[in-house]
Design a protein around this ligand. Structure first.
Ligand code: SF4
Ligand code: SF4
Length: 355
């Protein structure tokens, strides 16, 4: 049986086909203006010369920004879950992932089974994303695929005060005019981006077993800077850009066989600090985003938000995820004091506590 994962990202579309737990076909192509055409083109490229066609595929899962627009996908799963699952296939020891995509960066924690336990996204600014690097490569007149190597030749990285796309571009142009080498400019930008990635990672937990996924993980100069800032050697899979599509193919296999289908929809927010497990779990398959849990919680634990335009769901506020036990006394204790609390008002039984 063949299981297909397709990741329609903002800049590139990726496809992975799995058979007997082996990758038998894969492809990466540019995302066009129409997601439907892009999906067919990417799938066609993956199957080119293999003699396979869509009719041979048993089950397909789509992920990425354009995931809801893939006509031949049976289901769609968030890219956060797919990246965690994809990297877990290569390295089950990974607990912290930095996913550097075309339009956003995400810091993700996952368990030994590849399920997400915490995540945070930076999608408010283009700085440090694939789009940003494309723009800088254009300004410096260096091929995009070569910017990593060029940065590694730097002797004195130029400090950049900003990676705001607009200001960084004008700073780069000013440096070029002053005669600063391209390698020093790129190394300086990589340094600034890596510093920002470190800040993002600190908002989840930086644990041993660290990996970088997404297209930017192919940029050796950037990886070197992130290694230096984070202080951990990242585990890199053969093509980090395919990680989300691989995760989607793994989900396709599991969903087809019915295995763990329900568990995969649960997101666990919290931590274990040696005194116990402090996780609030939200079953996103059940949650309809009604928002009733938000006002009843005296600790202000919840918010309802949408991830990349998908249906809004309840989440635990980012600033509370690493100190949940201080904010929430635990379900039983809270229930003994309050008539109404999060689990009581949730008609869909989407919330549970580990303590
Ligand atoms: S009350 Fe339940 S269903 Fe409604 S937003 Fe909260 S978790 Fe989701
Ligand atoms: S148990 Fe009480 S304090 Fe804890 S999250 Fe639910 S409503 Fe908030």
């Amino acid at each position: 049986m063949i299981f297909l994962g397709i990741d329609i990202g903002s800049r590139a579309a990726k496809v992975v086909a799995l058979q007997d737990n082996t990758i038998i076909a894969s492809a990466i192509c540019d995302t066009g203006p129409e997601s439907v055409k892009t999906a067919y083109a990417a799938m066609g490229k993956a199957f080119e010369g293999t003699g396979l066609s869509l009719q041979d595929v048993t089950y397909t899962v789509a992920t990425g920004y354009g995931r809801v627009l893939v006509p031949f996908a049976s289901e769609n799963v968030s890219e956060i879950s797919c990246h965690a699952r994809g990297i877990n296939w290569y390295f089950p020891s990974v607990r912290t992932i930095l996913d550097m995509g075309g339009q956003d960066c995400k810091a993700i924690n996952c368990g030994a089974d590849g399920r997400v336990t915490n995540f945070i996204m930076n999608d408010k600014c283009a700085g440090g994303t694939g789009r940003f690097l494309e723009m800088i490569a254009e300004v410096l007149n260096v091929p995009l695929e070569g910017i990593g190597e060029v940065a590694l030749q730097s002797r004195t990285a130029i400090p950049f005060n900003t990676i705001c796309a607009v200001f960084a571009k004008s700073e780069a142009i000013t440096c070029l005019r002053r005669g600063v080498t391209r390698s020093d400019i790129l190394a300086g930008l990589n340094d600034a981006i890596a510093t920002r990635c470190l800040k993002l990672l600190k908002r989840v937990s930086i644990e041993k077993g660290f990996s970088i996924t997404g297209g930017i993980a192919k940029n050796k100069g950037m990886v070197a800077k992130i290694r230096e800032k984070v202080g951990l050697e990242p585990l890199l899979c053969p093509d980090p850009q395919l990680c989300g599509a691989l995760g989607a193919a793994i989900f396709a296999r599991e969903r087809y066989s019915g295995k763990a289908a329900k568990e995969d929809l649960k997101i666990h927010y919290g931590y274990n600090d040696g005194t116990g497990d402090y996780f609030i779990t939200i079953d996103t398959g059940r949650c309809d985003g009604c928002g009733k849990c938000v006002p009843v919680c005296p600790a202000g634990v919840f918010l309802v938000a949408s991830e990349n335009g998908s249906q809004p769901k309840a989440m635990v506020k980012e600033e509370l995820r690493k100190r949940l036990a201080f904010a929430c006394p635990g379900y039983q204790h809270c229930r003994s004091k309050l008539v109404q609390n999060c689990q009581v008002v949730c008609e869909r039984a989407a919330i549970s506590h580990s303590w």
